[in-house]
Design a protein around this ligand. Structure first.
Ligand SMILES: CC(C)(COP(=O)(O)OP(=O)(O)OC[C@H]1O[C@@H](n2cnc3c(N)ncnc32)[C@H](O)[C@@H]1OP(=O)(O)O)[C@@H](O)C(=O)NCCC(=O)NCCS
Length: 299
């Protein structure tokens, strides 16, 4: 009995084959973004097509394709020579449990060989990442909502929150490197083009910063880097206060201690992910800390 494939080669009329079409991996291009966006919507993630566009332009992507249809994605972003962040790992609901997620991860990890790789794992992604050698290092709490009024946070003598200018980029990159251990100049320059920043100025020196940008259903605040929680609150409340009534999201490391404060302002916690690292953790400097990450995908 000939198979469907044999019939196709011989040009005979196709039969009803039960052999499922093979899933192939290839590099993601901008033409794949609408299909990738459809997958993230199916997974109930809030990304807009523009958010995907930003993420792919700043990184590299691999898609899984079945019979011309995109059924899986993963993206990664290279930070300096040694590190990377990995995210947007999604497999179409009707294709899960068949090894596609593992193949996508293995293919991306091969591209990132020699680098420390960080990611933020959903509960369903955790078992796969553990099997691939990722270890948990912390947690991120997702807060979001529509604040109505935001009290002013008092600053110390000599401190002020001021708009970020082009000349601040070097100081911002340096603060981000101290807080994360990552070299993210290119990424931060891109984020600043898409959003607006403010700086915590301490006696004329940049001691902290945060960036506000369009994302998903509204706006996102992050990263927020500051020497202490008071400084972080002053930075974050600048954006929440000047955009009261707008839906905003902020993803904070659990140790930031800002959760209750954000909840009181009208941004309750709505979800958690686990931060995981594969390879030596990037070394940080204690003079600046991350109070909000840039995004779950970008770290
Ligand atoms: C996480 C996800 C990408 C996995 O993709 P997948 O193609 O289903 O994964 P695989 O079939 O390659 O399975 C890999 C491993 O994941 C785990 N896994 C997969 N499906 C599972 C399920 N339903 N329950 C528990 N563990 C499961 C298993 O450990 C599995 O390894 P094993 O089969 O050797 O035991 C997919 O479930 C998904 O897109 N989820 C929604 C989006 C999401 O949360 N992505 C993760 C972001 S960090």
């Amino acid at each position: 009995m000939p198979t469907g494939a044999d019939n196709a080669v011989s040009g005979a009329a196709p039969t009803t084959s039960t052999v499922p079409p093979a899933v192939q991996l290839r590099d993601m291009t901008a033409a794949d973004l609408p299909a990738a966006h459809a997958l993230s919507r199916q997974a109930q993630w809030p990304h807009r097509l523009k958010d995907w566009d930003f993420l792919l332009a700043a990184g590299i992507g691999i898609v899984a394709e079945r019979d011309g249809e995109i059924v899986g994605t993963t993206l990664a972003w290279l930070y300096g020579e040694d590190c990377a962040s990995l995210g947007m790992v999604i497999v179409a609901a009707d294709c899960r449990g068949g090894g596609v997620g593992r193949r996508l991860m293995n293919a991306m990890l091969a591209r990132l060989e020699g680098r420390t790789v960080q990611l933020n794992a959903t509960e369903v992604g955790l078992p796969l990442y553990k099997q691939l050698g990722f270890a948990s290092t912390g947690g991120i709490h997702q807060h979001q909502g529509t604040p109505s009024s935001v009290p002013i946070v008092s600053l110390r003598a000599g401190e002020r929150v001021r708009p970020m200018g082009k000349g601040d980029l070097a100081a911002i990159v340096d603060l981000d490197r101290k807080a994360t251990g990552l070299e993210r100049r290119d990424l931060l320059a891109r984020v600043l083009k898409a959003g607006k920043g403010v700086v915590l100025d301490r006696g004329g020196e940049a001691a902290g910063f945060t960036i506000f940008r369009r994302f998903g259903m509204g706006f996102a605040i992050g990263p927020a880097v500051a020497p202490d929680a008071q400084g972080a609150k002053a930075l974050i409340s600048h954006w929440l206060g000047s955009n009261a009534g707008m839906f905003s999201r902020i993803d904070i490391p659990y140790e930031s201690g800002l959760g209750a404060w954000l909840g009181d302002l009208g941004l309750p916690e709505v979800g958690r992910v686990t931060t995981m690292v594969r390879g030596p953790a990037p070394s940080r400097d204690t003079s600046a800390a991350t109070f909000a990450i840039l995004s779950q995908a970008l770290g």
